[in-house]
Each structure stands twice: as C-alpha cells, then as structure tokens.
Design a protein around this ligand. Structure first.
Ligand code: ZN
Length: 211
C-alpha cells in the first residue's frame, strides 16, 4: 500500500561559513574569516527533499573526505552521507547572503507526519560555493587553486558531516575561521592538516552544532 505522507512544518537552520577580508577584524587585507549562522525558521508549510545534485568536479572532494575520515578513524555513516543532497557552485547563496561569503553548508530538518508511526524528523544538507568570492581566495596557479578549493570544501564537509563548528581563532587548521590568502600550508602539508582535523584534540576544540 502506498504510504501517504503529510508535511506539517519545516524548520531550517543554516550552518554557514562566511569569508570576508580579514581587515574587517584585523589590519590585514590578505586574510579571510568564516563564520556561522544558526537556526532560522522559514515557515514553509510543505517541503520535499531536494533531488541529489552533485557538481561533477566538487563531488570528487566528497569521496575524498569520506575516505580521509575513515583513514583517520572517523567513519561517516551511510545515513549521514545520504543527507548531503547538493554540492554545487552558485551565483548567489540561497540563504542570508553576506559580504564576502565564499561557501556554506546549509543543514535542514523537517517534521514529516506519517500515517503510521507518528511524526518523523528528517535531515538534509546542501553545500553552496560562491564562485566569484572563491576566486578571491584561490590563485591563478591551477594546481594550487585545486588544493585551496579542496581545503574550502573539506572545511564545509566537516561542518556538514561532523556537525562541528570552528577551531578557536588561536588554533591553526582547516577548521580555523581564518583562511589566509597566500597560506601555503595546505599545499605543503595537506596530509598533516587532515590528520590534525580528525584528531581527538581538534574534534574536541570544535563545538558541536548538531540539532
Ligand atoms: Zn566554517
């Protein structure tokens, strides 16, 4: 028998990463900052899960991230993987655009009323990459640009899959809020950076954002 579903309401919260020139915070024009935005209510009455839309290039980083997590003892469940519905370039962010925003991991949930079993909470996630701003962080060198793009996407995937926030400002790493243009650590020490990102120490330093 076909199961009928009734969407009763939808809540949304966005875990965003904003990239701004760091001179907004300190006097350096070559640095960037990511920040969070949390829990927004849109008042949408009906909602359907978005189709899976993975950019052909960006999706490569998803499988790399999942493998890197596993290699570092952090298995990402299939259920969590399946919650990522879209990873794509956009001309404008769908939620709360702010000056300098480079990419976001938007995390959504909805209460789905079922005929049998009562309401059920479902989750999904969308990563948007604002190409125009991304280009101000990466470089004209295609090889280095690729590495820096991977750094940005790993940052977003960590937010999405691990449900974690940022490292303290004083702690360097992929999950630090500051992305410094010209920083070569991602180019020279990528494996070390990734190992540190999944370490017990950095996992404990990044606050939980699940909900
Ligand atoms: Zn971030």
């Amino acid at each position: 028998m076909k199961r009928q579903l009734c969407w009763c309401f939808m809540l949304l919260f966005a875990l965003g990463c904003a990239k701004r020139t760091r001179k907004m915070l300190i006097e350096s024009p070559l640095s960037d900052v990511f920040d969070h935005r949390l829990l927004k209510t849109l008042g949408v009455n009906e909602q359907v899960l978005p189709e899976i839309v993975f950019d052909e290039h960006l999706k490569l980083f998803v499988s790399q991230f999942i493998k890197a997590a596993k290699d570092n003892g952090r298995d990402i469940s299939q259920e969590t993987q399946d919650r990522l519905r879209e990873i794509k370039y956009v001309d404008a962010l769908s939620i709360g655009p702010a000056p300098g925003v480079m990419a976001v991991c938007n995390r959504y949930f909805a209460m789905q009323e079922t005929l049998l079993g009562g309401p059920k909470k479902i989750h999904w996630m969308v990563i948007e990459v604002l190409k125009s701003t991304l280009d101000t962080y990466t470089t004209d060198d295609p090889k280095k640009a690729q590495i820096l793009l991977r750094e940005v996407i790993f940052h977003e995937l960590f937010h999405c899959f691990m449900a974690k926030g940022h490292l303290p400002d004083s702690t360097p790493g992929i999950m630090n809020a500051f992305f410094v243009k010209g920083d070569t650590r991602a180019v020279k020490e990528w494996d070390q950076l990734v190992t540190e990102m999944f370490s017990d120490k950095e996992m404990a330093l990044c606050p939980d954002t699940s909900g």
